[in-house]
Design a protein around this ligand. Structure first.
Ligand SMILES: [Zn+2]
Length: 429
């Protein structure tokens, strides 16, 4: 079907920029080879061989991108939220992740993760596996089977873990090579590897240098965490006295490749770090649910956008508890409103359009031409049946989108398209 041309009728809405909402109500979108060709108010003159797909009266929105989550933590999400980051990692996260050396267990959990991402309309993800190479390959295989696009990372951590979850520096390098080799099998299905130093405290200088050399040699993207929690920031200062700040611990080892790095959280930033985000075109993974759950703080999202820094959203499973990225949109807005109130208006609130942009075009920018509706972009979309929200009073298309995000969930998503093809529910046999 992806090479075919077809016409879709529906109410289309997307945000080409954080400030811009593009609405095409009761319009016709022409799709060919999985790509959007045109969006017209009037039905174009088409040949009788071109199929018309009728989503009339339904909302059609870009597919979601979740640019920060941890697959193994699907099991422990929701647990231990009366702790802060560092004790939470040691008490819940690390012991659970050690279980992913077991293939049957990995299979059981990762089937659910990928199936639930499909259900939630998350067509693109940037995800941490565990440090186990086989588990990481299994995760890639699940994404490929489901037809979802992802960057998957085998975690690197050769220090400061618990006994049952650790690797030597040498094993971390060797296993990363093995992972990168195996990952080649999935590239044609848009499932790609991403280097994943867990965070600076987890990696020795030697391992950081080696990973940076891989970035330079193979032009690989990277994902990691920065400035999540004040205790963590102080710890990084002790571990890397030669670096000028936390973000520089990555840059000093060539781990901030231009436009190819994702940094999760980014809450407690210095002015110099804000400059570095901008200079290196780092994509920020804003994870408001996780940041509340672990009492980490509130990321100044408005300031990031005003500086022209790219921002996407992460569910951060299991620091975050909910996979549907609509919840992250809601939480990003709530967090920004609290920050505005508590800072006596020193920080600005973000708009709904800005938060929705983060969940679609913002995060999608890491994947290329996706996340908005314009000619030349892939038709990656969700069809929403929102009749239950419009039966009491008429709503504009923009209001319907807000209703879906704030009052709906994945049960309202009736069809998912990636690269122009309908994605059926994944089957695992
Ligand atoms: Zn994380």
């Amino acid at each position: 079907m992806s090479q075919e041309r077809y016409l879709i009728q529906g109410d289309f809405i997307s945000t080409p920029t954080p400030q811009e909402v593009a609405i095409h109500e009761n319009a016709y979108m022409s799709v060919e080879g999985g790509m959007i060709q045109s969006i017209d108010k009037k039905k174009p003159d088409i040949g009788s061989d071109v199929q018309l797909i009728d989503h009339g009266g339904q909302l059609v929105i870009p597919g979601f991108s979740d640019i920060h989550l941890h697959a193994p933590q699907y099991v422990t999400r929701g647990l231990g939220y009366d702790k802060e980051l560092l004790p939470w990692l040691n008490d819940y996260t690390f012991p659970e992740e050690s279980r992913f050396k077991d293939h049957a267990y990995t299979d059981l959990v990762f089937n659910d993760v990928v199936e639930d991402l499909w259900a939630a309309g998350t067509l693109h993800s940037v995800i941490f596996s565990s440090l186990h190479t086989d588990a990481s390959i299994t995760l890639m295989e699940k994404y490929a089977k489901a037809g979802l696009s992802a960057y998957v990372g085998k975690v690197n951590m050769d220090r400061n873990s618990v006994e049952e979850l650790s690797e030597t520096t040498e094993a971390s390098m060797r296993e990363t090579e093995r992972f990168l080799e195996a990952a080649k099998d999935y590239a044609d299905r848009d499932v790609l590897p991403i280097l994943t130093p867990r965070f600076s405290p987890s990696c020795t200088n030697e391992l950081m240098r080696w990973l940076g050399d891989k970035v330079l040699e193979l032009d690989l993207p990277i994902q990691s965490h920065v400035n999540e929690n004040l205790g963590e920031v102080a710890w990084v200062k002790e571990l890397f006295p030669e670096s000028k700040h936390y973000l520089a611990t990555y840059d000093d080892y060539d781990l901030l490749p231009q436009s190819r790095a994702i940094m999760a959280h980014s809450i407690h930033n210095t002015a110099s770090e804000m400059e570095m985000f901008k200079d290196k075109d780092v994509l920020i993974a804003h994870c408001p649910d996780s940041n509340s759950n672990l009492a980490s703080g509130i990321m100044p999202a408005g300031e990031m956008l005003d500086k022209g820094i790219r921002v996407g959203l992460g569910s951060d499973i299991g620091g975050g508890n909910r996979l549907f990225i609509g919840y992250a949109i809601e939480s990003a807005m709530k967090a920004s409103r609290l920050l505005w109130a508590l800072s006596e208006h020193e920080h600005r609130v973000i708009t709904f359009a800005e938060a929705f942009h983060m969940a679609t075009a913002g995060g999608g920018s890491f994947f290329g031409k996706t996340g908005l509706f314009m000619p030349g972009y892939f038709f990656d979309a969700l069809v929403i049946d929102d009749r239950r929200f419009t039966k009491y009073r008429p709503l504009s298309v923009f209001e319907r989108l807000q209703k879906f995000v704030f009052c709906g969930d994945d049960r309202n998503i009736v069809t998912r398209y990636r690269k122009g093809q309908v994605l059926p529910k994944p089957e695992w046999n």
